[in-house]
Design a protein around this ligand. Structure first.
Ligand SMILES: C[S@@+](CC[C@H](N)C(=O)[O-])C[C@H]1O[C@@H](n2cnc3c(N)ncnc32)[C@H](O)[C@@H]1O
Length: 303
């Protein structure tokens, strides 16, 4: 939503004779809004809302749908770290009889479908739902949010709230850009230091272990797939969109790096200025990992 400014001239009064001349406005800054209470390293602001909505379209086009797990008609669906809610809203349309619940730190800004419910909460404190509540649990792009040591307990929690026989699906993307040009390599080095400062996965290799982490959490029928999206117009419309998406994500995270790491902002700007050309020239691709798994029916008998 565009900012609206309204100018109010202070009224002259007998005790305040100082209002002649230009009105001094506060300085305009390009600062991004970051949360300070959690490790999350992407901004939480209107530019990021736009990016997440845009990214949703890319992933849906690449997957030719909203999920890959073999679900039927889930009565209850949970979207963990639901962001702007686009995935949840699509699921509300696709499954009008289902109840879809999204949980996130940030409340969304959209009009909510009737069969959607938003829960505000910090998932690092555990999911505020009863055991065996959901038939399908979806969690996407929380690599930038959850510290490495929190992942096992988060996946245990996903298992706890999933009904026996229900499915969980995770999607993450990370450092898997091929080929890796010099500008992107430099950006990843900064991002690794940024992630370390926040306790997050520093090499970005966690997505490769989604399947083993799901198995560790007790899930069965674990399946992992990868899909690559071109980075740049060389890959058609989706490539062009993906280049914009990744550039904006890196620009967002990059906005916090100078203050956090004591790096000149111009260094980050210089790297950013090369990225899109580098991807286009190299015909680079970005790899996503998608893993899905089923909670054993056995779990019901053991409880
Ligand atoms: C990269 S976005 C992904 C959003 C959504 N899953 C999607 O695919 O568009 C990560 C989301 O996780 C949320 N988040 C970060 N840390 C969180 C936490 N500790 N508890 C709950 N939500 C969190 C952020 O507010 C953000 O909406």
């Amino acid at each position: 939503m565009p900012w609206k400014f309204s100018f109010h001239r202070r009224r002259k009064s007998p005790t305040d004779p100082t209002v002649e001349g230009p009105i001094i406005l506060p300085p305009v800054t390009n600062k991004r809004r970051f949360r300070k209470d959690v490790p999350y390293i992407l901004p939480a602001d209107s530019d990021e809302i736009d990016r997440l909505d845009f990214q949703h379209l890319i992933i849906r086009a690449a997957l030719k749908g909203n999920y890959v797990a073999p679900i039927d008609t889930p009565a209850r669906i949970l979207d963990v770290g639901c962001g702007t809610g686009q995935w949840s809203f699509d699921m509300c349309t696709q499954f009008p009889q289902s109840q879809v619940i999204g949980i996130d730190l940030e409340p969304g800004t959209k009009t909510l479908p009737d069969n959607f419910m938003f829960a505000q909460g910090n998932i690092m404190n555990g999911l505020p739902f009863e055991d065996n509540s959901f038939d399908f649990v979806h969690q996407r792009f929380l690599l930038t949010a959850l510290p490495l040591n929190i992942w096992p307990q988060t996946l245990n929690d996903l298992a706890r709230v999933t009904v026996p026989g229900g499915w969980v699906e995770l999607i993450e993307g990370s450092e898997d850009i091929k080929p890796l040009g010099p500008a992107m390599q430099r950006m990843l080095t900064f991002l690794g230091r940024f992630a370390k400062a926040r306790g997050l996965n520093t090499t970005g290799n966690l997505p490769r272990f989604l399947d083993s982490m799901l198995a560790q959490a007790g899930f069965e029928q674990v399946t992992m797939k990868t899909f690559e999206v071109p980075l740049g117009p060389w890959g058609g419309q989706i490539g062009d969109m993906m280049s914009t998406n990744l550039y904006n994500a890196l620009k967002g995270m990059g906005a916090a790096i100078p203050a956090l790491l004591g790096v000149p902002a111009t260094d980050i700007e210089e790297i950013l200025s090369h990225l899109r050309d580098e991807w286009e020239q190299d015909h680079a691709t970005y790899k996503y990992y998608i893993a899905y798994a089923q909670k054993p029916e056995e779990a019901a008998r053991n409880e």
